[in-house]
Design a binder for this molecule. Structure first.
Ligand code: ATP
Length: 346
């Protein structure tokens, strides 16, 4: 008789917080404690799975910003989740290589090492834990993980590592390859930590203060959170409100994407106008950086406002182009005129 595919309970645990808040350090302690309990644990370290953290360099050198990162990063985040999904759906397939070419194969191996156990142990009830280690600074990034947990009927929980900005910067500076401070500061501005009051799907979340040492009782709290999540897997079709929530996130992402495109067009027009007015090249660089910064702030506010206030509107009702024209265009003109008039009065 064919054996029914049966999985032990599994859980996706999101670790979020600023760079150098101590997420990777915490994962090591969780893995140790999980092993004592006989659980299998895989650390999904986005830093390592996604080659070279290329976006940090971009931010520094080309004046790109977190919003740009957010868009290009999305495909990488989806690739990671796709690999996890494949591992869970096809445990019988050798999972030595990631199913998506965006993922660094060398880093994937140690990540799934914990899962490469004799096939028979897959059915013996040994819980399976994935610790997803990234900054996850927007709820929409965490929501993608929640959706996967729901699709595959897995447990889902989140640990937010709350750490002072100054401490993160200090710890970061003493690392062999520090991340640009500017990136940490930008991320701190944008970080929206788990908020179960606002997002009911974030109910299984705890916050740990990692400015000081993470205590043994903190680790106990994490283990209890994971135990509860393992015991309460999500179900694929929940009530209608969750579907609405999903639609809202999808819609917000799409609105911000459209607004981003519209802003890029306006920035490119502004740069052209500056060139025609013979603004010197060193000022052109500053102008580009100012406009990009202004775009990032505008898109961030738009997204926030969209999620908080106009969530019941349909995307097509928003008139994204119009919103961009009404708000961003004025700011763009203000900045541009400073550069053109400065140049003319020189
Ligand atoms: N609670 C803590 N107290 C003191 N130092 C810590 C603590 N947690 C982490 N550190 C130190 O801070 C540095 C960054 O820690 P870690 O790599 O765990 O951060 P992270 O949040 O994973 O960073 P990233 O998001 O950039 O990968 C390391 O040198 C680590 O030893």
């Amino acid at each position: 008789m064919a054996e029914a595919a049966q999985w032990s309970p599994a859980c996706l645990c999101v670790l979020c917080g600023l760079p150098a808040a101590g997420k990777s350090t915490l994962t090591r302690r969780i893995v140790g404690t999980a092993a004592e309990r006989g659980w299998r644990a895989a650390v999904v370290s986005y830093d390592e799975l996604i080659p070279e953290k290329a976006y940090y360099t971009e931010v520094e050198e080309d004046g790109l910003n977190l919003t740009d990162m957010h868009c290009s990063w999305k495909s990488y985040r989806q690739a990671v989740l796709q690999c996890i999904e494949q591992v869970l759906e096809q445990p019988e397939v050798v999972i030595e290589l990631p199913s998506n070419p965006l993922i660094n194969g060398a880093a994937w191996q140690p990540c799934v090492q914990a899962l490469l156990q004799p096939k028979e142990s897959h059915t013996d009830g040994t819980p399976l834990l994935f610790l997803l280690d990234d900054n996850f600074y927007y709820p929409s990034m965490r929501y993608e993980v929640y959706q996967l947990a729901r699709k595959l009927s897995l447990g889902f929980c989140q640990v937010y590592l709350q750490c002072d900005l100054e401490t993160c910067i200090r710890r970061n500076q003493s690392r062999p390859k520090p991340i640009p401070v500017k990136v940490i500061m930008e991320m701190e501005k944008r970080l929206e930590f788990p908020n179960p009051q606002k997002n009911p799907w974030e109910s299984q979340s705890i916050s740990l203060n990692s400015t000081n040492d993470v205590s043994k009782s903190d680790i106990q709290r994490v283990m209890e959170l994971i135990s509860v999540a393992l015991g309460n897997p999500l179900s694929p079709a929940e009530d209608n409100s969750e579907q609405k929530e999903a639609d809202r996130f999808k819609c917000a992402t799409s609105v911000v994407h459209q607004a981003d495109q519209a802003c890029r067009r306006l920035i490119s027009e502004a740069m052209k106008a500056a060139r025609e007015n013979q603004v010197p090249s060193e000022h052109m660089r500053v102008l580009a950086a100012r406009l990009n910064e202004c775009k990032a702030t505008f898109l961030h506010d738009l997204r926030k406002q969209f999620l908080q206030e106009v969530c019941f509107l349909q995307e097509e009702d928003i008139g994204v182009e119009q919103v961009v024209k009404n708000i961003f265009d004025d700011k763009k003109n203000e900045i541009l005129s400073q550069f053109i008039s400065n140049h003319k009065t020189m």
